[in-house]
Design a protein around this ligand. Structure first.
Ligand code: R5P
Length: 267
């Protein structure tokens, strides 16, 4: 791996422990003004101090992220369909590598849709992005997207999708946590982070997800809705950060969440 690419990766994946808390705020690229991400800056500004990377599109980056912030940027570069379409897999590349470089981002992210009508197209998009990324020293994250078919999230499917992404050359993969997740990790020779998915019933469910993913080999999370759709998003990201970087148990994370929440209410 070339120096520039390693340097960019190490901005997001902390060299001290090899872990990362990425804050996912790119949902608008196909979902529009998602609940509690209607005004992106209002959502992520209080959370950025606790994030190792911020995942956004270039439009939100240019309009809503202060260029003096130190947070590394994970730039979403695939898109082309909206939530109004039944089939979300018909994506192309939405940003050229030269613009990602101009924006000085730390990595680019693209969805792949394994097993869909547009499987080949999305995998070839990934291959092109990896070629461009290797050429310019830009890490590429592949996201094993499932569109509206959330039930696809099992170890067999995710193991296949993650492995394909790594074989094509992705430098890291974002996937979902699932039962048997350690098998997914075992078959994927590049670092894996997990998405949170739609908001879970309780905070403890989100802490359990992050804790289990780390315990089974993920290097961190790229989590959105379970943080910023919570009534106490700062308390959420601090608790998730404790799991990822401080080996906090689910109980310790819950205690930290409650303490931070109580302090913010009395402040
Ligand atoms: C989808 O829009 C993106 O890939 C999200 O970044 C990803 O799903 C992670 O966000 P969440 O934790 O809300 O699922």
């Amino acid at each position: 791996m070339d120096w520039g690419l390693r340097n960019r990766l190490s901005r997001m994946i902390k060299p001290s422990d090899g872990h990362s808390v990425m804050l996912a705020c790119d949902h608008g690229y196909f979902m529009g003004p998602t609940r509690r991400l209607e005004v992106p800056r209002r959502t992520f500004e209080p959370l950025v101090p606790y994030a190792d990377a911020l995942a956004v599109t270039r439009g939100v980056l240019r309009t809503s992220v202060d260029p003096t912030w130190e947070v590394p940027i994970l730039l979403r570069v695939s898109g082309g369909t909206s939530v109004l379409h039944e089939d979300l897999s018909d994506e192309g590349l939405t940003v050229e590598m030269k613009d990602a470089l101009r924006l000085n981002v730390s990595a680019v992210a693209i969805s792949i849709f394994v097993g869909t009508a547009h499987e080949k197209q999305s995998l070839l998009n990934l291959a092109k992005l990896v070629d461009d990324g290797e050429d310019r020293g830009m890490p590429v994250m592949a996201i094993t997207a499932v569109g509206k078919e959330l039930e696809k999230r099992d170890a067999r499917y995710l193991g296949l999708a993650c492995r394909l992404a790594a074989e094509i050359g992705a430098h890291m993969v974002k996937t979902y946590y699932c039962e048997g997740f350690s098998k997914v990790v075992e078959g994927c020779p590049v670092p894996l982070v997990v998405a949170g998915g739609p908001k879970l019933n309780t905070e403890v469910d989100a802490f359990q997800l992050a804790h289990s993913a780390l315990a089974e080999g993920a290097i961190g999370v790229d989590m959105g809705r379970n943080i910023w759709q919570n009534d106490h998003p700062v308390a959420m990201i601090k608790a998730i950060r404790a799991i990822v970087h401080e080996h906090a148990s689910v109980r310790e994370a819950s205690d930290l969440f409650e303490q931070t929440k109580a302090a913010s209410i009395t402040a």
